[in-house]
Design a binder for this molecule. Structure first.
Ligand code: SF4
Length: 295
């Protein structure tokens, strides 16, 4: 895979309004492209203008310098999120350590953090995360299935689901709030109760603090094309089913999405697992606010 180092002009961008899920006020993208190569990844869509998502990783080598410059001018405490467009803990982060450097700067400037990832490499940074957690930090680990064989097909370069869940358990044991993004859920492949039961069991085993489920997948231009090609190689009967049901729609809900949600909700309730993420508002409002928050 080609690695291209660049000096970027920007590193964070302000959200029009804080994300309802995690309260992210600024998004941060240190890398473009992603080494995990999940076959359903939405970041391949043309609207994101990443031309060779699977063939090239662009590394913003000046990420930490840029972040320091931006945060040094801010007088309010914000929640900065990373992981929406590419995984901040993809393998290349071992070498560049840019995510870690940015977290150190966020800690220095008293910022809050939200990280979305599929990698247990995040455990390398628990020392910084513990410090940020005194204000607020949330980690959303994406796990779509506990079936290791299926995960190898759909998320070929990501750590195994078990490794991801173990990381969630460790983070929570250290007071770093970590939960599960159960998305996407692939129509025809992830619609049975046994699959959902395995997810629930893993959530109870690893003390998951929140679960954000979405029973379906998005399908759009280059993303759809890549996904169908990989699906065809896995099971040639699936693509005609998708084409018939979803045509050119962007949103492809699981065939039994309502029943799945009802079942999942019931099972989560039985196990006292928390679905959703209003935790953010409560956490932040309960946290001791700094003087600057009120400016
Ligand atoms: S880890 Fe996330 S960003 Fe990376 S390929 Fe998978 S879905 Fe896309």
């Amino acid at each position: 895979m080609k690695i291209t180092e660049i000096e970027s002009k920007t590193i964070i961008s302000r959200a029009k309004k804080p994300s309802a899920w995690f309260g992210v006020q600024y998004g941060m993208n240190i890398y473009r492209g992603c080494q995990h190569h999940c076959i359903y990844c939405d970041s391949r869509s043309e609207c994101y203008h990443v031309d060779d998502f699977d063939g090239e990783i662009i590394v913003k080598t000046n990420a930490a310098t840029l972040l320091e410059k931006s945060l040094s001018k801010m007088y309010k405490r914000y929640t900065i999120g990373s992981g929406a467009m590419s995984d901040p803990y993809m393998p290349i982060e071992k070498k560049y350590t840019l995510t870690r450097q940015c977290l150190e700067i966020m800690d220095h400037y008293d910022m809050r953090a939200h990280l979305a990832t599929k990698s247990n490499l995040i455990l390398r940074d628990v020392d910084v995360l513990e410090r940020i957690a005194k204000r607020y930090v949330s980690v959303a680990m994406t796990v779509t299935t506990m079936d290791e064989e299926l995960a190898k097909v759909i998320e070929p370069n990501a750590p195994t689901p078990k490794e991801r869940m173990e990381a969630v358990g460790i983070l929570n044991s250290l007071g770093i709030k970590a939960g599960l993004l159960l998305m996407p859920q692939l129509p025809f492949l992830m619609e049975d109760r046994e699959h959902l039961d395995k997810i629930i069991k893993a959530c109870t085993d690893y003390d998951v603090q929140f679960i954000y489920p979405a029973f379906g997948v998005t399908l759009r231009d280059r993303q759809r094309e890549y996904f169908y090609n990989k699906l065809e190689a896995y099971d040639s009967s699936l693509v005609p089913k998708y084409q018939k049901k979803y045509k050119n729609y962007y949103s492809a809900s699981c065939v039994n999405s309502k029943k799945m949600y009802q079942y999942f909700k019931q099972r989560a309730k039985e196990e006292k697992l928390y679905i959703g993420m209003p935790l953010y508002e409560r956490e932040v409002s309960n946290a001791q606010m700094s003087f600057f928050d009120n400016i």
